[in-house]
Ligand binder design. Structure first.
Ligand SMILES: [Zn+2]
Length: 244
């Protein structure tokens, strides 16, 4: 029996502020950028929070990789501008060795309380590998795990991280969470009109993709794969949590 086609997901009009929490400067462009471009075109505000600045993104700069940081942050800003994202936060953690520590959870709680997003996007911290070719990066898992813990319970609970109250950051409740690259996605965002912007944005990461001749083909293949499940030409798939 054929699997039931999922209904394309339209983000509710009441959800106007979105925060994307990622490990590396190009993570959003590989995963959620089509949805981000769609949402900014609909007039919503999207903020990118990058936990590292991607200093381990090539081997050219090792052992001193500091030279890569300004390049990757600039590429990230260029990509964000293409997607209509106006605000970025770089937390400056070391690329490649991120752990889901209490310090990271506090830093992400601070970002959530400062920006007060209705929706938080991150990846699925439970995915250890994809298919037979890609071991999920440990930074992705660590950041996603800390992000979910920051959403609940830290951001909405006054007695957790009281030092943030002292900074003037009151509790904030996130309404929905979208997990990209999820093991069991259940919503599909139509990116038919924004796939081109997603490709352009990924190509802004020149230090990572070179001239990016393969970018269009790869992102299109992923968008077709996810689109098929919802009867769409191109889509991005998410696991959605609606927090009670
Ligand atoms: Zn990454």
């Amino acid at each position: 029996m054929a699997a039931k086609t999922k209904t394309p997901h339209a983000l509710d009009a009441s959800l106007q502020k979105i925060l994307c929490i990622s490990a590396h400067p190009d993570d959003n462009e590989f995963t959620v950028a089509g949805s981000v471009a769609r949402w900014t075109r609909e007039g919503r505000a999207v903020v990118f929070c990058l936990v590292t600045s991607g200093s381990a993104g090539t081997n050219e700069y090792t052992p001193s990789s500091d030279g890569l940081v300004p390049i990757r942050e600039r590429e990230c800003r260029d990509a964000a501008a293409i997607l209509g994202v106006k605000e970025l936060e770089f937390l400056g953690y070391a690329d490649g060795t991120v752990e889901p520590t209490i310090a990271l959870r506090r830093d992400l709680t601070r970002i959530i309380r400062r920006h007060k997003p209705d929706v938080v996007l991150c990846s699925d911290p439970t995915v250890r590998w994809y298919g037979n070719v890609y071991l999920n990066h440990p930074d992705h898992r660590a950041v996603a795990s800390a992000a979910l813990d920051a959403v609940f319970p830290s951001s909405e609970t006054r007695s957790i991280f009281p030092e943030l109250l002292a900074e003037g950051l009151e509790r904030h409740k996130v309404k929905q969470v979208f997990l990209a690259g999820a093991r069991d996605p259940d919503v599909y965002v139509d990116i038919s009109r924004t796939l081109a912007a997603k490709c352009r944005a990924l190509k802004a990461h020149r230090s990572q993709v070179g001239k990016g001749e393969w970018v269009d083909q790869l992102l299109k293949a992923w968008a077709i794969r996810d689109g098929k499940k919802a009867g769409l030409r191109y889509a991005e798939a998410f696991k959605r949590m609606v927090l009670g």
